[in-house]
Design a protein around this ligand. Sequence first.
Ligand SMILES: [Zn+2]
Length: 171
Amino acid sequence: MVRPMEDMHAHQSFEPADADLDLELRLMWRRSKQEDRNWVDCGGMLRRAGLRPTRQRIVLGRLLFSKGHRHITAGILHEETQKARVPMSLATVYNTLNHFTEAGLLRRIGIDGATAFYDTNPSQHHHFYIEDENMLCDIPADSVVIDRLPEIPEGFEVSGIDVVVRLRRRL
Ligand SMILES: [Zn+2]
């Protein structure tokens, strides 16, 4: 069964049977002219990560994870929901990105107070940040060697070290 968009917004917490939801989202995806081979089993991925597969999570999961490894900001993802004709608020996009990050599906890379990227490859690695283009590129984990760390305060342990090497084009 395909529900009209208005109905979807009226039932944001409504969870139809998976088969229904899957068909509906597949049609939505085709309408957005994405190729069907990019289809990923988002419902399964969310459940395995311990997240309830709500409609918004599946839509955003599909936009995020159907294009290989990406570094994306909440603003760009929000634009993609509009282009794919599945509009939702920027706040919903932020909340969902945070839930995905807490569940280990994404890694958040903070650049400064105003800018953060979400990385669809949550494994340990580092990044170049190209300032002029507001773009992140991967640096393999083993190509950065950190041979000295400050003393860790009593009662704490290091949970991760993220290196961002900032680049700008030479004049
Ligand atoms: Zn990355």
